[in-house]
Structures are given as structure tokens and as C-alpha cells.
Design a protein around this ligand. Sequence first.
Ligand SMILES: Nc1ncnc2c1ncn2[C@@H]1O[C@H](COP(=O)(O)OP(=O)(O)OP(=O)(O)O)[C@@H](O)[C@H]1O
Length: 313
Amino acid sequence: MKQEKVFTNALEITAISKKYQRGKIPANDKITTSFQPGQITAVIGHNGAGKTTLLNQIIGTVKPDSGDITYQGYSLLGNTKLARTLVSMMPQFHAPLTGVTLRQSIEAIVHIRCVTEKQVKARTNQILADLSLEQWADQSGDKLSGGVQRLTSFAMAVVCPPPIILLDEPTNDVDPVRRKLVWQYMRKLAQKGHIIVIVTHNLLEVEEYADRFLLFEQGRLIQDTPTGKLNSQFATHTLSAVLQDKDGLTTAPKALEINYLEEEARVVFTLTSEQIIEAINWLLKMMDQGKVINYKLSSASLDVSYGGMTNEQ
Ligand SMILES: Nc1ncnc2c1ncn2[C@@H]1O[C@H](COP(=O)(O)OP(=O)(O)OP(=O)(O)O)[C@@H](O)[C@H]1O
């Protein structure tokens, strides 16, 4: 009997590829993943790794060369109207706010996207308070500091939240107190069932606040890990080794996670403190046999482990 496909509220990305005209390598190379309601997913990786390209394809401003993006079984590709209803995005470079105040910028979105006339003021005041922005509310947008402009842009993306919210570096230039307010706001939205996807370079924040991270490298998705897995260990360590061939893996040491990147012949072990000795012994044996081309061992936080996970400098 033919099984019926069950559609969930997840945002499904299937084998998305995108190569820009003059790009040497694809900006996104067969990316497959899904984003769940209630979850905050951080997308991390070096400059130019392809993070923003992924967001732009979800909201529909960049068209993938191949692959599909669906929500509840509906493809968002070629259906920009649907994408704009289901998705809001805070772009990397904040919206110009010339000629309007911070409050007016938010009110304009509230008028267009959500509530009745009577509720506009209350909804706007609420988000101004939640992000501690009241003192600048009636200042002209172009006179606001970079950080406050970014917070305004964040407020505009989340004040009438659709099911899927994409945020490109929302905490850059923002002070530590308000950065925390931004993450708390994202958590509140996630708890209400929204899908939150955030691109960021702040790995300490990812470790503290996100549920999961996707690591991009040169257009490829090379790691998809729940941050809880890192936090639940007192310390995690990463051993990354480029091998002569895959044979050495038959004696691979125990690890929390083992990822093998076929094209680079590179194996990445995520290790607990207790697993390190066995891993080092394995590495020494492999080196003795001339089977390791190079290796890197890094420890503790995601910030530190990051270098071991990526191949780039
Ligand atoms: N509109 C475009 N036209 C041509 N190439 C582009 C365009 N947008 C991005 N690229 C290229 O695609 C690759 C991926 O860029 P993208 O902006 O997605 O990376 P990113 O991971 O978001 O980087 P960053 O962390 O610096 O914001 C880069 O090589 C970039 O130069």
C-alpha cells in the first residue's frame, strides 16, 4: 500500500544548491536540513560560508539552482507571496530609517502585518519595553546608534511574528544587556512555536542560548549538533585528523560523535574529557604507521572547538 506523506510544521530544506554567476564554488552546495517549531537554530561559519545565501533562499530573494524548500508540504520556491506571509527576515544590514522615528518604523510594520488600529500603540510600546528601547523611541532613525538601529530592525522582524523568523546577525553592535534581551525574546517566540533561525558569529551566545547549530564551510553544511550536547558535557574536545585513507577508522576510538568528510579524507571526533586519552593513543598509533597527514586537537567551548571543526583559517 502506498504510504501517505505526513506533513509536519517543520521547514524542510532539500538538496538546495546555489552558485552565483562569478562564484568559483557554490555558495550553497546540496544543503539538506530541517528547522523545527520551538527550536532556535544558529547558523555559523566563516565569512562567505553561505549562511546568508541560505536565509535569502528561504525568504525568496535568491532563487536556488536546484533543490526545494517546503513548509507543511507547500513549496516556497516560486511562491514569493506565500514565503513573505510565512517568513520574516531581519537582514544583515539594517533597514534605512531616514525620516521616521524608531517608534514609527515599528508601528508601520504593526499596521501592515498584524493587529487592529486600537492595538498598534500597545503592541509597539510592549516591544519597546521588552528590548529596553523607550529612551530612543521618538528619535529620528538616522540619528540612532548602529546597535539601536539593529535592535529596531530586530523589533520590526519579530513584532508581528509569522511561523518562520530569520535573523541575520541580530546581536552585532548590541550592548551585553540588550543582547540578552534579544535572546530572551527569541526564546519566548520559540516557546510559542515559531521556527527561529539565526546567523551569528558569536559562538559564546550560541552555546548559551541556541538549541542547535549548523556549521557551514565553503557552501557545505559540515556539522549539525544540538548545543545541549556540548553543554551537558563538562568539557568537549575536538580531534580533527586528515588520514591517508579511511582504513584507520576501523580502529577509531570511542567518541560522542564521529564525522567523516569523504572529500577531504578528514575525520572529526567530538570527545568527552574521559575519551581523550584513547583518542590520543589511536592518533599516535596512526602517526607511527604514517597514516595521518595532519591533525588538530582543540578543547572546551564551541568558540574554541570551532577551529578544529572547520578547515579554513
Ligand atoms: N549577490 C551575490 N552575487 C555574487 N556572489 C555572492 C552574492 N552574495 C553572496 N555571494 C558570494 O557567495 C558566497 C556566500 O556568501 P554569503 O553572504 O551567503 O556568506 P555568509 O556565510 O553569510 O558570509 P558572512 O558571514 O560574511 O556574512 C560568498 O563567496 C559571497 O562572496
